[in-house]
Write a protein that binds this ligand. Structure first.
Ligand SMILES: Nc1ncnc2c1ncn2[C@@H]1O[C@H](COP(=O)(O)OP(=O)(O)OP(=O)(O)O)[C@@H](O)[C@H]1O
Ligand SMILES: [Mg+2]
Length: 353
């Protein structure tokens, strides 16, 4: 081994467990040779670049600190300078050689570190993607498991609701049946909501129905909550309006919005009003539901339709997310505007089925 290389190896930082330990010495020797050849004009820059890329891959594979590499390169550079001074040439002869050595080393270090950074960044990206995908897969499996689990609640629940109805018919005076019935329907609604998000429930049919009937059905269902919370429900339906769509799903949308309105009005000191109205336009049906509860600030309005966004202690934050999904499935639009007086949810649905 030439003295120059020996001196470099003696000072270089080379870890004992580096998998490319012997390769480091070969690479260093090559770099010193290349530089000497470059000084003589016998080598092109591509060879330096090729060596730089090879080292970058080895350093990345060894998971070593790139600082060690830069340090070792600079030691080699110093050894070359020392080697030059041994010839005791005049400064005017040595200076161009120093410039050439610096040029080769600067290029070499630049290409190695740049390629090393690229490899490391790509590696991190790949790992991140792998983690994201695994996480997503687990969430999907978890979602599917809970969906099947919740699905199993449905049949016994439907039969309990049926038997409660029979009991009510046979014993109309029996206490608490209304409460039991209402709570069971709430549970059923929650299941519908959940299954909609998990996309497990596919058996639906498009109907052409009277929106007035749907509102009547919903307000009957919500009657206990409306009375309990002292809310005044103002109806603005002057004519019979038919609308095409999945009745059960649109029921879910209106229920979610009305239940949110009742919740929002809990904070109101004065009169609590919910007002709904349906506009029959040429190609669209527009439903407006508004309440005089507290204003939702602009920033929150942008996020309330996202899943799991909730400000309630026992909220799941999927109500409005489900609404948006259902309305978009009907090729419609749902928006919210809110000011100090009113918070309004406006739904536009195309008339074509
Ligand atoms: N009419 C409204 N007035 C004021 N804030 C509202 C109104 N409707 C919704 N919000 C806000 O939007 C959030 C999201 O509503 P969303 O219906 O999606 O979830 P949630 O009601 O909190 O829970 P979930 O409906 O799943 O039980 C609510 O927590 C509330 O902060
Ligand atoms: Mg809600």
């Amino acid at each position: 081994m030439p003295t120059l290389v020996k001196n470099w190896v003696a000072q270089a930082v080379i870890s004992d467990d580096d998998p490319f330990k012997s390769e480091i010495i070969i690479n260093g020797t090559k770099l010193i040779d290349f530089t000497l050849l470059f000084i003589e004009g016998n080598i092109n820059e591509d060879q330096v670049k090729e060596l730089a890329y090879k080292i970058a891959h080895e350093r990345a594979k060894a998971s070593s600190n790139i600082g060690d590499f830069v340090y070792n390169s600079n030691i080699a550079r110093s050894e070359l300078f020392k080697h030059l001074s041994e010839f005791e040439e005049s400064i005017s002869l040595v200076q161009p050689l120093i410039n050439k050595i610096n040029y080769v080393f600067d290029q070499f270090i630049y290409h190695t570190v740049k390629r090393y950074s690229c490899i490391i960044t790509q590696d991190i990206e790949e790992k991140k993607q792998f983690i994201d995908e695994t996480h997503k897969e687990r969430l999907t499996i978890l979602g599917q498991m809970s969906a099947s689990f919740v699905h199993e609640f449905r049949n016994p629940l439907t039969s309990i609701i049926g038997f409660v109805k029979l009991l009510k018919d046979d014993h109309p005076q029996l206490k608490y049946l209304d409460i039991i019935d209402h709570e069971l329907h709430q549970l059923n609604f929650r299941i519908d909501q959940f299954l909609h998000v998990s996309k497990k429930d596919q058996d639906q049919i498009v109907e052409y129905f009277l929106i007035n009937d749907l509102f009547r059905d919903i307000t009957e269902f919500l009657y206990p909550s409306i009375v309990n919370s002292n809310v005044v429900l103002q109806e603005g339906l002057s004519q019979n309006i038919y609308i095409p769509g999945f009745r059960n799903e649109l029921r879910q949308v209106l229920l979610n919005i009305l239940m949110n309105s009742i919740d929002a009005l809990a904070e109101n000191d004065g009169q609590k009003i919910i007002h709904y109205q349906v506009e029959d336009q040429e190609n669209y049906i527009v439903i407006h539901i508004r309440n005089n509860g507290p204003k939702i600030n602009e920033e929150s309005i942008r996020t309330i339709f996202e899943p799991f966004v909730t400000t309630k202690n026992h909220g799941t934050g999927i109500g409005l997310f489900v609404c948006k999904q259902i309305i978009e499935k009907h090729d419609g639009e749902i928006n919210c505007i809110s000011d100090d007086h009113w918070t309004s949810f406006d739904i536009t649905l195309p008339k074509r089925a």
